[in-house]
Write a protein that binds this ligand. Structure first.
Ligand code: AMP
Length: 433
């Protein structure tokens, strides 16, 4: 029978790693670490379902350090694939910290910057590579990378890789690294069909380890919901929260679109100069990294972000996540609120919900299997009348949702227009609760 793990000392790992864990201040292993580390140390393949924030990086890095032991030769023996440059640098940093008492060498390969320095780093010798798939293949095809000794492959955030269309590159990578005796670990926050397909392609008799995201979120994150009529009122509430509470020390404001991210940023920047940065997919890599860095270092208090770039970013001590918009990819709600309350810390997630977003909240509540407590907006906060264009936009959106649920639904918006033309101006607002 396997031993019950309660502390890092219970793993078969060496003193160098224990000391590094100690330096990082981690007191006890997280669930994913308890479950994955013994299996990975055993040499088995893993299909790990866990989001960032659960401590999954250390769950694969610690056994990898044990396996690689110390620097050997020039050629890499392990490959970690990450979907984004941000995650790659973060994972490499994590590896460096956990292997601080060894001489292991980690090299990062990612796009958005020239390959020269990265290739020079490779030439100096490496034990592990942390790479995004595209840049990895570019360097390989330029014959600057010899993969014949790679015996461990980690694919991190596989769902994001699939979303970003990396499947063809991953298939090519699988063709250029040795098959024999290779250990494979795949981590993903969710397991859509494509990830299952990928896991069949390259995992051998994997042990499936699942950390329920809903449980993780519910345990450490206090969730709050405000019903807010429109965009302008959302801004007003956001402004109030950010100006009036000292508790909001490190805040990520999530928006659904780049346009909203820019608008919220512009507004906040006027009010809270030097306290806010923005990141989204249209920003250059360097700007994105600078913004994240400034936020990580505590130079700015507020980061406005869209989902795509924010997934996987590890910033510790985020006190609050504010969902300015409700995400329509429901797993993103779990990802977003997982930015706070990380690894044993408490956090608060506040969601602003317009009428047209009630539908999505209901779906999210189904996913997380709990109701998000609805609070009343404090009276002193000014709520604005919904302007006509926004009212129409929301009515259209609600129609779309109803049609999605019931393809025969004709559309209240159009009906209303018809009725209106007959002189009937009555509306039928449905109360949520
Ligand atoms: P990850 O899910 O790998 O992105 O990790 C999220 C955060 O949790 C990182 O800041 C880690 O340094 C931290 N972390 C990882 N393992 C532990 C642990 N056992 N105890 C406390 N914090 C941890």
């Amino acid at each position: 029978m396997s031993k019950v793990i309660t502390s890092f000392e219970d793993f078969k790992i060496n003193r160098q790693i224990l000391n590094a864990i100690d330096d990082l201040g981690h007191k006890k292993p997280t669930d994913i670490q308890k479950k994955s580390i013994p299996i990975a140390l055993n040499g088995q393949d893993i299909l790990g379902i866990a989001q960032t924030g659960t401590g999954k990086t250390a769950a694969f890095v610690i056994p990898l350090i044990m396996k690689l032991k110390y620097a050997q030769g020039e050629l890499p023996r392990a490959l970690i694939l990450s979907p984004t440059r941000e995650l790659a640098t973060q994972t490499a940093d994590n590896f460096r910290k956990l292997s601080a008492y060894t001489d292991l060498r980690v090299v990062e390969l990612y796009g958005g910057v020239g390959p020269k320095t990265q290739i020079e780093n490779l030439e100096k010798g490496s034990d592990v590579i942390v790479a995004t798939p595209g840049r990895f293949m570019d360097v390989y095809l330029a014959e600057k990378l010899v993969t014949k000794l790679v015996q461990t492959l980690v694919i991190d955030e596989a769902d994001k890789m699939m979303d970003m269309g990396f499947m063809p590159q991953i298939r090519r990578i699988l063709e250029v690294i040795p098959v024999k005796k290779r250990q494979n670990l795949l981590f993903s926050a969710t397991i859509p069909e494509k990830v299952i397909e990928l896991s069949h392609e390259f995992l051998e008799f994997p042990v499936k380890i699942e950390i329920s995201p809903s449980a993780t979120a519910a345990e450490t994150v206090e969730q709050r919901l405000y019903s807010v009529p429109n965009l302008r009122s959302k801004i007003s509430l956001l402004n109030h929260l950010l100006l009036n509470s000292d508790d909001l020390k490190r805040v990520i404001v999530f928006t659904r679109t780049k346009k909203n991210a820019d608008n919220v940023f512009k507004y906040l920047d006027r009010k809270l100069e030097d306290e806010v940065r923005v990141i989204h997919g249209n920003k250059a890599q360097n700007t994105r990294l600078n913004s994240i860095d400034a936020f990580k270092q505590g130079e700015v208090r507020i980061l406005v972000a869209t989902d795509v770039v924010a997934r996987g970013i590890d910033v510790s001590d985020v006190s609050h996540v504010i969902n300015f918009d409700v995400p329509i990819i429901y797993e993103d709600y779990v990802h977003r609120i997982g930015r706070t309350g990380r690894a044993f810390n408490k956090g608060i997630a506040i969601t602003f919900m317009a009428k047209s977003e009630e539908y999505h909240i209901e779906k999210i509540e189904k996913l997380i299997q709990s109701k998000i407590p609805l609070l009343s907006v404090p009276e002193e906060i000014e709520m604005y009348k919904t302007e006509k264009w926004e009212h129409i936009e929301m009515a259209r959106e609600i129609d779309r949702q109803k049609r999605w649920e019931n393809p025969d639904f004709k559309g209240a918006f159009h009906e209303k227009k018809d009725r209106k033309s007959k002189g009937d101006k009555k509306r039928n607002p449905k109360k949520r609760r």
